[in-house]
Design a protein around this ligand. Sequence first.
Ligand SMILES: Nc1nc2ncn(CCNC(CO)CO)c2c(=O)[nH]1
Length: 284
Amino acid sequence: SKNTFTYEDVEMIANHILEKVKCRPKLGIICGSGLGKLVDLVEDKEVLPYQEIPGFPVSTVPGHEGKLVFGQLRGKSVVLMQGRAHCYEGYTPQKITLPVRTMKMMGITTLFVTNAAGGVNKKYNIGDIMIIKDHVNLAGFAGVNPLVGVNDEKFGPRFPAMSNAYDLGLRQLALAKAKEIGFSDFVREGVYSMMVGPNFETVTECKILSLLLVDATGMSTIPEVLVAKHCGMRVFGMSLITNVVISEYDSPAHANHQEVLETGERRSKDLQQLVAAIVADLDL
Ligand SMILES: Nc1nc2ncn(CCNC(CO)CO)c2c(=O)[nH]1
């Protein structure tokens, strides 16, 4: 199937969607593993399965639905991506980030990205929520980057800056809201890294991640953030720490997807409450 999309392709896909829904969202939210329950907060829902959207990648991972959910969240017009595609499924970074450019074309100005991640920082506990303050694009070190290839200036510059990739104002709002609702004990702020996966990290890779100043690691999110920043969106990201990486040799423990989904289930109510509190005060 198609893997590269011109500006006109994206325009056509965005118009295809806007003809099917009344909602005109300003905020997009990408729901990570097991975090699809965020849709429970959305009122006046309009749902569009990815299969009905030309070019969209469909997720093949348990815990990822695969639909756009439009509606009102605390008075703001939003579109949620319930389920995202990942590089480990074999999709190209350009395919994975097509929904981000489509959201931009639909008028989205702010993007929230959420994911499940492994805690590298030893101070982190399972169930913590980490507000992302910066990232280390390890996938990019290996050339896995959605911005590689022909650049269309209509989307953004050839060489986009990535300082303040995770908007300081939104991070400050999120930390203030977390404090206000009594979540300070388990809300952190840290650096997120992405490996392509699908295997979890080796012990030595975990040790190297902490040397690289990484606090949590996953297999998603960074391609979407790069494309969102490239086309001028404001970005905010949160990781749900669903397990702690194994960083001791010969440890009997091993990371597994089931633990990821179970933690997502347990903490998703709190994550929903935090997201709602932030969205309520967003200036869109
Ligand atoms: N150690 C570790 N723990 C994690 N928990 C969630 N993820 C994000 C990857 N999630 C995959 C597999 O659960 C599904 O997308 C990870 C990870 O990459 N590493």
